[in-house]
Design a protein around this ligand. Structure first.
Ligand code: BGC
Length: 376
């Protein structure tokens, strides 16, 4: 009888333990396993959406998830990442600001905490293995194609050239180079034929570092782009009418448009063809109203979903398989090259958006109902 009671106690204890385990680490996910999510900034709206999606999807999978925003300040983000490690995070999802992040990525590696570089590649580090993003060269190609289409460059001639000025994203964000090089892969042939003339600095590719720095926009700050545009309008572009501005994202596109609208040459008449990216609501509205010409839709909810799946598979030691994302290989493999290591890069597909297909992000549920109603 005593033995049966003892057995019962053991069984009960095991049952409770198994139940507790089932709750924590069952099929639904990692239970109390903490995932630390470090996003770079909030002044570009997408990161607020990315952070919120990552957290809610990870929690729905049964993980504990914390999000921190770095305010475009790498020291601040490093402190946040250190905080995640101190709290015992088992995996980090990091959209960094600049290479200053490398010391904390090394700390994570020392603690055996895997890191997923999110959207932005962490350059110069050999301390992590995974990167998930969109095909950023293609994002740039779409921007180039938007200008090609908006200016009808295929019919332009050197005798009656079109005028463009060039902007790039943050010089410390590796994506900026891919966006720019993708765009210039479409535009350079027209510049070389004389059909398109560049006003202001002309880096043929991002490899021309001196000129690239001159068109880059520190930390993607809209006021910097606006001031640079105002300066261009009153100096280099004073005696021409600009037909296009290569703008690397929506936040900067709207700042550039604002500068143009304050200039008599453009305010009453035709704005240049201005590109963008992120399909931010304000830009989608601007496109609908015929101001901004195009944007690139990157469904960040899908990126967050794919990143959490990747995290889950890494934490469970499973074979990595991410539906809807392509593992970069061949020519694309360089997308995962940190300079010290080729990490596995998983790429999602961006979509080019103009006035004609604004319904794509709307129907994908990318906006709130109230916003969607204004875009229909
Ligand atoms: C992202 C863009 C974003 C930009 C500024 C880039 O790394 O890919 O979507 O607009 O950062 O935050």
């Amino acid at each position: 009888m005593k033995r049966i009671a003892a057995l019962l106690v053991i069984l009960l204890a095991f049952g409770t333990f198994a139940f507790a385990r089932g709750e924590q680490g069952g099929a639904a996910g990692g239970g109390q396993t903490l995932i630390g999510i470090a996003m770079p900034e909030t002044h570009v709206l997408r990161w607020q959406k990315d952070g919120a999606s990552l957290k809610s999807i990870a929690e729905a999978q049964g993980y504990r998830a914390e999000v921190a925003y770095g305010d475009a300040d790498q020291n601040q983000q490093n402190r946040q990442i250190q905080g995640f490690l101190t709290q015992g995070a088992k995996l980090l999802v990091v959209g960094n600001i600049n290479d200053g992040v490398n010391s904390v990525i090394a700390d994570a590696a020392r603690d055996n905490v895997p890191v997923i570089a999110y959207d932005r590649l962490i350059m110069g580090s050999a301390d992590y293995d995974y990167y998930i993003t969109f095909n950023n060269f293609k994002v740039g190609q779409f921007q180039g194609q938007g200008i090609e289409q908006g200016l009808n460059l295929k019919s332009a001639t050197a005798a009656a050239p079109k005028y463009i000025t060039l902007f790039a994203g943050s010089p410390t964000d590796n994506n900026s180079k891919f966006f720019f090089d993708g765009a210039m892969s479409v535009l350079n042939p027209y510049i070389q034929s004389g059909a398109l003339k560049v006003v202001g600095p002309y880096p043929e590719t991002s490899a021309d570092n001196a000129n690239f720095q001159r068109i880059a926009t520190e930390n993607w700050q809209a006021p910097i782009a606006k001031t640079r545009m105002e300066n261009l309008l009153s100096n280099d572009a004073r005696n021409v009418t600009l037909d296009a501005v290569l703008a690397p994202n929506d936040t900067l596109a709207r700042a550039i448009i604002e500068a143009c609208l304050a200039d008599a040459k453009y305010s009453g008449g035709k704005l240049p063809v201005v590109t963008g990216q992120d399909a931010e609501f304000d830009s989608a509205l601007s496109i609908k109203n015929g101001q901004q010409y195009m944007t690139v839709f990157k469904d960040t909810a899908k990126l967050a979903e794919a990143a959490v799946l990747l995290a889950d598979q890494i934490l469970k030691g499973q074979t990595i398989s991410i539906p809807g994302a392509e593992l970069a290989s061949g020519a694309l493999e360089s997308i995962g090259d940190t300079g010290r290591k080729k990490v596995k890069a998983y790429l999602l597909e961006p979509v080019i958006i103009t006035r004609d297909n604004i319904s794509i992000p709307v129907n994908a549920g990318f906006y709130s109902d109230a916003e969607a109603a204004r875009l229909r």
